[in-house]
Design a protein around this ligand. Structure first.
Ligand code: 3NM
Length: 212
């Protein structure tokens, strides 16, 4: 199983972009293309549906040695034995937590990833002990249409200041990828530019070849 620091290309099984495909089929294509880590993101699904999808995907990611991240649903991540749970600022800090150990309650070794949208949020998140942080959205994106872009300034700040694994996210595609890398990112999250591509595995391979 890859460690978080080994991961460079972070991709998604996002139910908003399945286009009729089964989640586990998409997961296999992401693995075949060289994704290092995969998140199940199901913003409008009930917990039991997320659990069902996670159980279908997990054997595929395990076989590939790719950590599976469950977005939002910590209970599902722990129950199915996913390697990571990703939480937003609201879920974590507005939920009253200050350290990831409070979430796990000694019962699980699931890693936690946290979203951040500004340097002050990154500093507070890092102090909470996550396995990684995400920084974004770098560019405007239809995947999160209401979020305000943080620009490459935040990437440059992260490159100079963040010592744990961090992933740039938001509106990244093959056209702007080089700008994000030049600003200092070594790890990239991509949702729509891969899931909307005609060949998911090929699209992953194109990103991967330029990141590593
Ligand atoms: N989180 P795409 S931006 C899921 O800034 C998500 O925390 C963001 O999708 C954040 O690659 C984002 O299609 C959307 O732009 C990423």
């Amino acid at each position: 199983m890859k460690s978080l620091s080994d991961c460079r290309l972070y991709t998604f099984v996002d139910t908003a972009y399945l286009h009729g495909r089964k989640p586990e089929v998409v997961a296999q294509q992401l693995c075949d293309g060289g994704s290092d880590i995969i998140q199940l993101r199901a913003k409008n699904s009930a917990e039991n549906e997320v659990r069902r999808m996670a159980e279908a995907i997990l054997p595929i990611t395990r076989r590939a040695g790719v950590p599976l991240v469950i977005n939002d649903f910590l209970s599902v991540a722990i129950e199915v034995g996913a390697e990571v749970c990703h939480l937003g600022q609201e879920d974590f800090f507005d939920g009253g937590y200050t350290h990831v150990s409070q979430l796990k309650d000694g019962k699980s070794n699931v890693e936690i990833g946290l979203s951040t949208h500004a340097p002050a949020q990154a500093e507070r998140a890092i102090a909470a002990g996550p396995g990684y942080i995400a920084i974004g959205p770098i560019y405007a994106t239809g995947t999160k249409p209401t979020a305000k872009p943080v620009t490459l300034d935040y990437v440059r700040w992260a490159a100079a200041n963040v010592k744990i694994p961090w992933f740039a996210i938001g509106g990244i595609n093959l056209t702007n990828l080089d700008q994000v890398l030049a600003a200092g990112a070594q790890r990239i999250c991509v949702v729509s530019a891969i899931l909307n591509a005609p060949d998911i595995a090929k699209a992953c391979g194109e990103f991967k070849a330029r990141i590593t």
